[in-house]
Design a protein around this ligand. Structure first.
Ligand code: NAI
Length: 248
């Protein structure tokens, strides 16, 4: 029996990359998964992939998490389909990089509205259900950039630092009901998001990683599965960097 047998988990950005790996890992541990992604094709194919291994374990939902109304509607549907939610993983995220001198208000809003406000909308949609479950979990995927800052990523760094403050506040507000809230801060993980970077940038990043390698989506998924499990019941309000030692 898995560590998360029959738990209900909602994972955003689960159509590909890190979110997909998280959804698959939680399903492997016995959880039922609401696969949430912006694009219907991605969420359907990720859910189909899970169902092929674990029959009827996943359902797909397509929603833009920046749209509060749409998230509320999706939330009602998830609760109608699954009954309740035990684990919420806010993983969906975007970048729109550029030096501040050239950064438009639209680029700022796009990143903040998805990465930070999207997590707010998701917690609002599921907080009542989470608070009713014993030992519910909120796990937010930030980034080491939220701890360090990065030239050319003021919007992204602000969104991820904001997510850390948001999570610590949730940890305090929800602790009385035994609900934990933690952040996983990935370093450089090999996915579509980082695949677009040029080789020079990748080589410069690699030099700053003591373990000398990029991370894999499965490294993040394993950490999330641990934080979601009963073994992590006494951990809340923490930021766990999974970054090969980049930030310490
Ligand atoms: P990705 O770009 O491969 O996947 C992101 C997923 O989020 C996609 O499925 C996309 O459809 C979904 N998404 C984006 N905007 C959305 C919206 N408005 N509504 C619903 N879904 C939306 O990204 P990746 O690399 O898998 O990253 C996942 C998370 O990990 C992000 O929050 C990212 O900031 C974070 N992260 C990634 C790192 C990396 O090296 N790849 C490093 C640090 C953090």
């Amino acid at each position: 029996m898995g560590k998360l047998q029959d738990k209900i988990a909602v994972v955003t950005g689960a159509g590909r990359g890190i979110g997909k790996a998280i959804a698959e890992k939680l399903a492997a541990e016995g959880a039922k998964i609401a696969v949430v992604s912006r694009t219907e094709a991605n969420s359907n194919s990720a859910a189909d992939g899970i169902n092929a291994l674990y029959p009827d374990a996943a359902k797909a939902y397509a929603v833009d998490i920046a749209d509060g109304h749409a998230v509320a509607e999706m939330g009602k549907q998830v609760l109608a389909d699954f009954g309740h939610v035990d684990i919420l993983v806010n993983n969906a995220g975007v970048t729109k990089d550029g030096l501040l001198l050239r950064m438009s208000e639209e680029d700022w809003d796009f990143v903040l509205n998805t990465n930070l406000k999207g997590a707010f909308h998701m917690v609002k949609a599921f907080q009542r259900s989470l608070l009713k479950q014993k030992g519910a979990r909120i796990i937010n995927i930030a980034s080491v950039i939220g701890l360090m800052g990065n030239a050319g990523q003021a919007n992204y760094a602000a969104s991820k630092a904001g997510l850390i403050g948001f999570t610590k506040s949730l940890a305090r507000e929800f602790a009385g009901r035994g609900v934990t809230a933690n952040v996983v801060a990935p370093g450089f993980i090999a996915t579509d998001m980082t695949g677009v970077l040029d080789e020079k940038v990748k080589a410069a990043v690699l030099e700053k990683i003591p373990l000398g390698d990029f991370g894999q989506a499965d490294d993040i998924a394993a950490t999330v599965a641990f934080l979601a499990s009963p073994e992590a019941r006494y951990i809340t309000g923490q930021v766990l960097a999974v970054d090969g030692g980049m930030v310490m």
